[in-house]
Design a protein around this ligand. Structure first.
Ligand SMILES: C[S@@+](CC[C@H](N)C(=O)[O-])C[C@H]1O[C@@H](n2cnc3c(N)ncnc32)[C@H](O)[C@@H]1O
Length: 225
């Protein structure tokens, strides 16, 4: 990721997407996202978690990757999920209650502007954000905040959709249309690809990027320097 923090989604679009995530998405999200579950598991696998680890999940939504994290950290570990949508967090709370997890904290907040009182710097063993940065208005800021929350050598994983490159770019109008309801735009998807491609030259250690869904989805992992 480059260091410049430029909004990739307009304020108007952000308000609309906020409304969708609060009032519409919670009812259908988990059903519509079922096909993405293996990719969430694959993303969690890249975090290098061990029992007792503390994990921060940005844009956690309904907490669809929590069970994979729990398998690795056990009850002695901890998860902090951050999302700004009360509707999505409500679903996540239900998931936590249904599973009887007592080691999950859910916080409502904007991942581009989290106060230190919510997320203590460098206090997590790992940080993850799946399908989040592409719908955040300022993805660079969110990425830096995630990095800032993770301790030295801690694992960082971003899993996200992005635009196609090369000849497959002819599919981008369809790609943008399909992902519109999730809050993505042509611009945010294009930015998402640039971010993924530039991660190898970022200051993260041991960066690995794998491509999925015909290269319209990436999982990028690395460790905080
Ligand atoms: C597509 S969902 C992804 C949810 C989950 N990570 C997953 O993989 O299923 C995107 C989530 O990002 C949240 N979100 C968008 N912008 C945000 C921001 N600035 N701060 C916190 N959450 C945000 C939305 O409320 C929504 O729950």
């Amino acid at each position: 990721m480059s260091t410049a923090s430029v909004p990739t989604i307009s304020a108007k679009w952000v308000r609309l997407s906020h409304f969708i995530y609060d009032h519409v998405a919670p009812k259908v999200y988990d059903l519509l996202q079922r096909h993405m579950i293996p990719l969430k598991k694959a993303a969690v696998n890249e975090l290098g978690l061990k029992r007792g680890d503390r994990v921060i999940s940005f844009c956690c939504g309904t907490g669809s990757e929590f069970s994979f994290i729990q398998e690795r950290i056990g009850p002695e570990g901890e998860i902090l999920g951050v999302d700004w949508s009360q509707g999505m967090l409500e679903r996540a709370r239900r998931r936590v209650a249904n599973n009887g997890w007592t080691n999950v904290e859910l916080v409502q907040g904007d991942v581009t502007a989290l106060p230190g009182s919510v997320v203590e710097p460098e206090s997590y063993d790992a940080g993850i954000c799946t399908l989040g940065l592409s719908v955040v208005s300022e993805p660079e800021k969110a990425f830096q905040a995630l990095k800032g929350a993770v301790r030295e050598r801690g694992g960082i994983v971003i899993g996200d959709i992005c635009s196609f490159a090369g000849w497959k770019a002819i599919l981008n109008p369809i790609n943008a249309l399909v992902n519109l309801a999730g809050g993505n735009t042509h611009r945010s998807l294009a930015h998402s690809r640039i971010s993924a491609e530039s991660l190898s030259s970022s200051d993260l250690l041991d960066v690995k990027v794998t491509w999925h869904l015909g290269t319209s989805y990436y999982i990028a992992s690395g460790r905080r320097p």
